[in-house]
Design a protein around this ligand. Structure first.
Ligand SMILES: NC(=O)c1ccc[n+]([C@@H]2O[C@H](COP(=O)([O-])OP(=O)(O)OC[C@H]3O[C@@H](n4cnc5c(N)ncnc54)[C@H](OP(=O)(O)O)[C@@H]3O)[C@@H](O)[C@H]2O)c1
Length: 249
């Protein structure tokens, strides 16, 4: 294993991002862990090999400032993300926009701004998408749209950036037990959620190899395989039944 310097991990204050940051740091990588919550950042800063960066991905100026001031990086792990688990009809455009800003626009902004800071050859851009980007997710429709965007974007960008000696890889996990899924509508599906530490381990294994796309876990791999064979409309109607039932349980 090669120890790399300065890997930026966004969304490192909880869930998957926190586990990725801690596991990378534990094996000796120097990590720049970002998020908004200062108490969580302070806890991370107390760990060996972790520096922290307060960054709100909904504030465009902050992203620009960080891109200009951050030291050279060996890799970027774009993990921060949010969802809204409600019928689309009960939402509003402000919430939709914040979701798209956090899950999509901020990532594009960071990639554009940080490309000059990425060491070449072998600079790495690792994007955390979701199985929900491969299959429709009724009641998280906007979220599923953002993740589908990031998967197609990542696979396209990978082919462009190989000519710049920069590697791009996208990771599409299924359900994980984190703050994101600690919500009433997921309660009855709780036992199907994977521990964040296990998915972080799989993410780091993928980060080491940088395949075009990876899906951790046997069951998720099956869903991903079905998503290539079955009509999306069928997958959507099956998912709608499961999530409607979970919401009513
Ligand atoms: N949980 C799942 O079932 C699941 C499944 C597939 C994919 N994923 C993906 O995995 C990634 C991590 O999700 P998670 O489950 O670990 O979620 P989580 O525990 O809710 O963590 C989300 C992270 O994103 C950060 N974040 C949110 N809004 C932000 C903003 N405006 N600016 C900066 N940071 C922000 C949060 O930090 P602050 O609040 O401190 O800013 C937090 O560190 C996401 O991209 C998610 O879509 C999750």
């Amino acid at each position: 294993m090669t120890i790399r310097t300065n890997i930026l991990v966004t969304g490192a204050t909880s869930g998957l991002g926190r586990e990725i940051a801690l596991q990378l740091a534990a094996r000796g990588e120097s990590v720049i862990a970002s998020g908004r919550r200062e108490n969580r950042l302070a806890q991370l800063k107390a760990q060996e090999n972790i520096q922290t960066l307060k960054l709100d991905l909904t504030v465009s100026d902050e992203i620009t400032r960080v891109c200009a001031s951050i030291p050279p990086l060996s890799g970027i792990i774009l993990n921060a993300g949010i969802t809204v688990s409600d019928p689309f009809i009960s939402g509003d455009i402000e919430t939709d926009s914040a979701l798209i800003q956090t899950n999509v626009v901020a990532n594009l902004h960071l990639i554009r701004g940080l490309l000059p800071k990425l060491k070449t050859p072998s600079g790495r851009i690792f994007i955390i998408a979701s199985l929900g980007g491969l299959t429709p997710v009724p009641y998280q429709s906007v979220y599923a749209g953002t993740k589908a965007f990031m998967i197609n974007f990542a696979l396209s960008l990978r082919e462009e950036l190989k000519h710049e000696n920069i590697d791009v890889s996208v990771f599409a996990p299924g359900g994980i037990r984190t703050e994101m899924t600690d919500i009433p509508s997921m309660k009855s599906l709780e036992n199907q959620l994977a521990p964040a530490a296990d998915i972080a381990k799989a993410a780091i294994a993928a980060y080491d190899k940088m395949p075009a796309m990876s899906v951790p876990g046997f069951q998720n791999k099956i869903v991903a395989a079905f998503s290539k064979i079955l009509p999306r409309s069928f997958m959507a109607s099956q998912a709608e039944r499961i999530y409607r039932k979970a919401r009513n349980d």
